[in-house]
Design a protein around this ligand. Structure first.
Ligand SMILES: O=S(=O)(c1ccc(O)cc1O)N1Cc2ccccc2C1
Length: 405
């Protein structure tokens, strides 16, 4: 029987992975949420969630053997297989109330099962680093995979959160989503159509400052500018506050650590400049924390570089303010998820600017989703490439001029 079940799941994976994920824009999430219909949401998700799960599960199967065999990666893979099987069971069910509420409960169960996926995958990367030599080709495959894997996870959790917030049994979920009372900001699921960037900046700053004070017994002040002029007037945008908070909190922790470690006393303030353009909204955070050389800036987004043994829970308050966990790479994924970006510009010896770019128009803020196909599969069988620019660090081993090109 197990064999039969296995082959059936494999067949279903092949079936659903043939479809491309369907990206939604923030505008579409809002338009649907304003007169949300649970039946329609159910009909969409019981197809779209298996499509997104199957697309990324096919890539997990293409991972370098050494990583795929790590115990933690095996565990994550099992979670994905179990969740995939549970959702496709709703394929043939009638969209009647009892099934709709079962579906909602099942989504909550799946979201909880996958709560620790980020650190469990990081553990898998650590197991690989500690057990095998990792060649540059494998490292590139892992970087490519994890960006896509975590982006896929962000998108699946976004769909689950919208459905459970709009139709779930939380207190106040009903009237809040229907006529907007009971939630002052008229949130549509996890989206706030009037998310005040200044308020989220202050919230993230207060929380980062608390950690900084506890560790350094001091913390830098914050200056908020809008268009280069000091102002903390509200700045409403259409966005997911929790995503914006996650990015700001990470960048503020890094900036505070840099400033406190670069100045014995009187730390210079961190400056956040908010600029609303026609296409882009830019949140530029500037610190005078001494910066880092360009050769290091790229490493900060590398999962392999950022994976280090986790400090034990007991001394977690002694963990440096900004570790080098996956905070920066995942914050960049949150920015890119709705077609924005997160870039670092460091000037060694002076300080670092970090810019979060967001789409100004909600109809342009489309989900950015990984697609499993021949193109993505090629990334997992990297062929040795010849240098096409001279003078790079590893030219020593390149074949001579008159030999094969
Ligand atoms: O690399 S950084 O320039 C830096 C990186 C990211 C960021 O958001 C802000 C930053 O400032 N910076 C992090 C850090 C930590 C300890 C000591 C010195 C520094 C320098």
């Amino acid at each position: 029987l197990a064999g039969a079940i296995f082959s059936n799941v494999t067949k279903m994976l092949d079936f659903y992975s043939q479809f491309n994920p369907s990206p939604l824009s923030i505008k579409q999430f809002i338009d649907f949420g304003l007169n949300a219909c649970e039946r329609q949401s159910f009909m969409f998700l019981r197809k779209e969630l298996p499509v997104r799960l199957a697309n990324i599960m096919k890539e997990i199967a293409l991972l370098p053997e050494n990583l795929l065999r790590m115990p933690s990666v095996g565990m994550v893979n099992q979670w994905y297989e179990r969740s995939f099987e549970e959702i496709i069971q709703f394929e043939k069910m009638e969209p009647e109330p009892p099934v709709l509420s079962q579906f909602c409960e099942r989504l909550v169960h799946i979201r909880n099962r996958h709560a620790d996926v980020v650190q469990t995958m990081a553990q898998g990367v650590l197991e690989l680093k500690e057990s095998h030599e990792v060649d540059p080709g494998t490292e590139n495959s892992i970087q490519y995979f994890l960006d896509r894997f975590y982006m896929s996870r962000i998108s699946i959790r976004m769909l689950i959160n919208q459905h459970t917030l709009l139709f779930g049994e939380q207190i106040g979920a009903k009237q809040a989503s229907v006529n907007g009372i009971g939630n002052g900001g008229r949130h549509i699921g996890s989206i706030d159509p009037a998310c005040d960037v200044v308020a989220v900046v202050k919230d993230a700053y207060e929380n980062a400052r608390f950690l900084c004070d506890r560790y350094y017994l001091a913390s830098p002040e914050l200056e908020i500018l809008q268009g280069g002029v000091p102002s903390d007037r509200p700045m409403p945008i259409v966005y997911v506050p929790s995503h914006l908070y996650h990015m700001l909190f990470e960048l503020l922790k890094n900036a505070m650590r840099a400033v406190m470690e670069h100045h014995e006393s009187a730390p210079p303030p961190i400056q956040i400049n908010l600029i609303a353009g026609k296409e882009d909204i830019a949140v530029k955070m500037s610190d005078r924390g001494g910066g880092i050389p360009r050769s290091v800036t790229d490493l900060l987004f590398k999962y392999m570089y950022s994976t280090a043994p986790q400090p034990s829970k007991s001394d977690s308050h002694t963990v440096p303010l900004a570790g080098y966990g996956y905070g920066l790479p995942i914050s960049r994924l949150y920015a890119r998820y709705f077609h924005g970006d997160l870039v670092l510009m460091s000037c060694e010896g002076y300080g670092t600017d970090a810019v979060i770019y967001l789409k100004a128009l909600s109809n342009e803020a489309n989900e950015l989703l990984p697609i499993f196909n021949r193109t993505s599969s090629k990334f997992y069988r990297p062929v040795a490439t010849l240098a096409d620019w001279s003078g790079s660090l590893n030219t020593g081993s390149q074949p001579g001029k008159n030999r094969e090109k």
